[in-house]
Design a protein. Structure first.
Length: 91
């Protein structure tokens, strides 16, 4: 049981230390994938485009077919998290 709690804690810290970690599952480690066959390749977006898209997903003003899914992912992100994601993958 202690090992499970320790592992869970370590994984949680890793995700919170890198806000892009939860994005990588669909978008790829470097933002190179077309997520679920529907998204743009986000590594080709500028930092400003990423910030605008993420804030738009968060407030519901942006998005296409994956708008509902992305709103759920973006709603918990702070402005600092969004900027960190843009800095990590944007041009």
């Amino acid at each position: 049981m202690k090992k499970i709690l320790l592992l869970t804690s370590i994984l949680a810290c890793a995700v919170f230390a890198n806000p892009y970690a939860k994005c990588a599952g669909c978008h790829g480690a470097d933002g190179e994938k077309v997520a679920l066959g529907k998204s743009k390749v986000i590594k080709d977006m500028t930092k400003a485009e990423i910030v605008a898209a993420m804030k738009g997903y968060k407030d519901g003003s942006y998005g296409g077919p994956m708008k509902g899914l992305m709103k759920g992912q973006a709603v918990s992100l702070s402005d600092a998290d969004i900027q960190a994601i843009a800095d990590q993958i944007g041009k």
